[in-house]
Design a protein around this ligand. Structure first.
Ligand SMILES: NC(=O)c1ccc[n+]([C@@H]2O[C@H](COP(=O)([O-])OP(=O)(O)OC[C@H]3O[C@@H](n4cnc5c(N)ncnc54)[C@H](OP(=O)(O)O)[C@@H]3O)[C@@H](O)[C@H]2O)c1
Length: 261
């Protein structure tokens, strides 16, 4: 989230895409055959947990429009989540989050095919968005309700009546126990079990391997996962706990106590 970003985090994320692209633009000859940047679908949809990355991608897109307006080649491929190579495929927690949030995955082969097309395209377009529309049967209410992208989804009938492919009922056994608890200790225990259950799904690790005295950081939990955990805690446990508090919890059992209280 923007107000929780350190300045260095903002700079580090923008530098390769903004300074890097501008450097190329200034140093390379003006009559290049092609000038292609790998941006992200995040620059189109927005992503609250990655505003620095999102801004950098939006810059990429805008800069390619700028180059084309000057009669220079320029094309931004707004890459969706790549499942078989690159950062997401190498980060299990991020991979799992993207899956759970219903992002469609694309393959390297699809990316290369798009690149092939872009290198030879002579049309006016300068931006292709890959992996925005979800797979058939997966409903994405939040993203597609945003006005700036809803018009991109023309086949809206495809989503009508589609089942929400998430685990919104996850942890319901434990949650039922919270309601039935006769003592505070019993409720805390059920809250703990529910939180651990959810965490184990988010980081793809069996519950019995998550140690309560350790921090979320030590399990590679990043800001995307924290946002998802927080949304789940608010929705399922009705505990309005901030992202910052979750991030700064020194131990997982402290976090559970806080949610329970
Ligand atoms: N993977 C995805 O699912 C996905 C989705 C959407 C968009 N994209 C876009 O696709 C591109 C490649 O992503 P990836 O997943 O392949 O990333 P990656 O595996 O992390 O590779 C990033 C590459 O960028 C280089 N790099 C990073 N910071 C740099 C800096 N400050 N200056 C110069 N080079 C720098 C790295 O160099 P070193 O190897 O030397 O560190 C590495 O070669 C990115 O532009 C990303 O925004 C990827």
């Amino acid at each position: 989230l923007f107000d929780q970003l350190e300045h260095w985090q903002w700079e580090a994320s923008l530098a390769p895409k903004v300074a890097g692209t501008r450097n190329m633009h200034e140093v390379l000859p003006t009559d290049m055959d092609f000038f292609v940047v790998l941006s992200s679908v995040a620059g189109v949809t927005g992503r609250p947990a990655q505003v620095n990355y999102t801004a950098a991608c939006a810059f990429h897109d805008a800069f390619m429009h700028y180059r084309r307006s000057r009669g220079q080649p320029g094309f931004a491929i707004d890459v969706g989540v790549v499942g078989d190579a690159g950062f997401v495929s190498e980060s299990p927690a991020v991979f799992a989050t993207m899956k759970r949030q219903g992002f469609p995955f694309i393959s390297v082969a699809e990316l290369l095919a798009t690149l092939d097309y872009v290198l030879t395209a002579r049309g006016l377009e300068c931006q292709a968005v890959l992996g925005l529309v979800p797979d058939a049967g997966v409903k994405e209410p939040d993203r597609f309700e945003q006005r700036h992208i809803s018009h991109l989804v023309q086949d809206s009938a495809r989503f009508a009546g589609a089942e929400l492919d998430d685990n919104s009922g996850s942890g319901s056994d434990h949650i039922g126990k919270i309601g039935r608890a006769n003592a505070v200790e019993e409720a805390v225990e059920a809250v703990g079990a529910a939180v651990l259950d959810e965490l184990s799904k988010l980081i793809i690790m069996p519950v019995d391997q998550i140690l309560l005295h350790r921090t979320l950081d030590s399990y590679g939990v990043d800001s995307l996962v924290v946002v998802e955990l927080r949304n789940w805690v608010v929705a399922m446990l009705a505990a309005d706990i901030s992202i910052l508090v979750i991030r700064e919890s020194r131990r997982i059992d402290n976090l559970i106590q806080l949610v329970a209280s």
